[in-house]
Design a protein around this ligand. Structure first.
Ligand code: MN
Ligand code: MN
Length: 465
């Protein structure tokens, strides 16, 4: 079965809508490169749309009623939003979920060293990456340094066009005969991903008198700059979370301007579209929820990952505010819910056709991608949505004329991947995987199709209706 390319069904007006929407998305992608930055922006957008902090509602002992909209931040790294429907919550919610963490290089806790008057920062990569892709490109540092006083210092280095960037070196081709014979997984090893951050010894400017007491003058100068500009010392790296990510904005792509190339589209393309659809939905019948979580790329672990009880706890708090808390109401609200668990899917790539089984691959231009199941080998690690639920979701897409396709990641024995779907399914709710097709998944720059981004947002709206 071949589905029609969604571009061919667009008139001039719709193409303009797609381009306008994707311009906003491109801005979000350029400015929100960490889970913290995504959460901060989501809070801002929620507030602009009439959402209030659930913690304030609780602190003031207020009650909530249909039409009220609340959000709760989980340690500033994940967020849930609720829009209270007219139907009792025990009839279930409509939930959109996506993750806002992306593969990157994390700065280690004891990172700084000097070698022959060069200063480097040691890193530990986060998520599944082809390490050789992260060398010889401009990187930016984003994150926080938390002092023992509790003061939190925000750091962003390398994003303004006149700001300075950092980066990981690679061996010149002229001396790389041995390297080029290695397996791709060994060409650049984890411990060779140290970031070059300085090369100017202190004392280069005459006024640096303290320079003569320093053995490692280049490192001393970097530390002096960090103290002066940001107010932290070397030992404060211990309580820092600094992420090295590709520097600079996401870009429009294609001579026809039909795609977007940018960092972190896995899974911020689904997170942004879910969030926008959530915020556009007014006065729903069933309570709607949007869940943006951290740590998916390392197994959904930790307090801010999907495995944590945060969502369940916040749903319990919400029920408490709707009247009196009742455990059975909570159990039923979760079990009767329907969810779209959104994550990116591999877009068919003409450079690597052998990885795909074309009838079940996802393609640029064919709209939101549904996966009845994900997983590896014999569907291991997948959620495998019920056919009855798949049919319901299809009906919603067809009702609102949303372009959609049904796909798997790649050929059966070639590989696989997991999502957060199975975790929510543990409550007994109906969950299906879906998302946006992306090329170069987990590379520093990933590629998506603009019409797919727009249709995905429309698909979420149709689902929430
Ligand atoms: Mn991923
Ligand atoms: Mn993902």
């Amino acid at each position: 079965m071949t589905r029609e390319n969604a571009w061919t069904k667009c008139d001039k007006k719709k193409i303009n809508q797609v381009m306008e929407f994707c311009e906003e998305y491109r801005k979000f992608l350029s400015e929100c490169k960490t889970e913290r930055e995504c959460t901060d922006r989501a809070v801002e957008m929620a507030k602009e749309n009439g959402y209030v902090d659930l913690m304030d509602v609780i602190a003031k002992n207020k009650t909530l009623k249909p039409g009220d909209k609340v959000y709760a931040s989980n340690m500033g790294k994940a967020i849930v939003l609720f829009n209270i429907g007219t139907k009792p919550i025990e009839q279930g919610m409509k939930i959109l979920g996506a993750h806002i963490d992306s593969p990157r290089l994390d700065v280690k806790q004891n990172p700084l060293y000097e070698d022959e008057e060069l200063v480097l920062m040691d890193t530990h990569y986060y998520g599944g990456i082809k390490k050789y892709q992260w060398v010889a490109i401009p990187l930016a540092l984003h994150g926080v340094v938390v002092l023992t006083s509790g003061k939190k210092i925000d750091v962003v280095i390398g994003e303004d066009m006149d700001d300075t960037v950092v980066g990981v070196s690679d061996l010149l081709i002229h001396l790389a005969a041995e390297q080029m014979d290695k397996k791709a997984s060994k060409v650049v090893e984890g411990e060779a991903l140290d970031i070059l951050v300085g090369s100017m010894p202190m004392g280069s400017k005459k006024k640096d008198d303290e320079a003569k007491n320093e053995k490692e003058k280049t490192k001393a100068y970097i530390l002096k700059l960090l103290q002066k500009k940001y107010g932290f010392k070397e030992e404060d790296f211990m309580s820092a979370e600094l992420e090295a990510v590709p520097a600079g904005p996401a870009r429009n792509m294609g001579i026809d301007n039909s795609m977007i190339m940018g960092y972190g589209q896995d899974d911020r393309v689904c997170a942004y579209t879910s969030l926008v659809a959530m915020l556009k939905t007014e006065n729903p019948e069933k309570t709607t929820a949007c869940l943006l979580v951290d740590k998916e790329e390392i197994g959904s672990v930790g307090a801010t990952g999907m495995e944590s009880k945060f969502f369940e706890n916040m749903t319990a708090e919400l029920i408490g505010r709707l009247g009196s808390y009742n455990d059975l109401t909570l159990r039923r609200a979760l079990a009767n819910s329907q969810m779209l668990s959104s994550d990116v899917n591999a877009a068919y790539d003409p450079n690597y056709p052998s990885a795909f089984e074309k009838k079940n691959a996802s393609f640029f231009g064919r709209g939101i991608v549904f996966n009845k199941f994900t997983g590896a080998r014999g569907k291991s690690g997948s959620n495998d949505a019920n056919a009855e639920y798949v049919a319901k979701v299809r009906a919603a897409m067809e009702r609102d004329d949303v372009a959609y396709q049904m796909a798997e990641l790649g050929k059966v024995d070639v590989g696989g991947g997991g999502t957060i779907a199975y975790i929510l399914a543990n409550y007994g709710m109906e969950v299906m995987d879906c998302g946006v097709a992306v090329q170069n998944m987990h590379a520093p720059y990933e590629v998506t199709s603009k019409i797919d981004i727009y249709e995905t947002m429309r698909g979420y709206l149709a689902f929430l209706k």
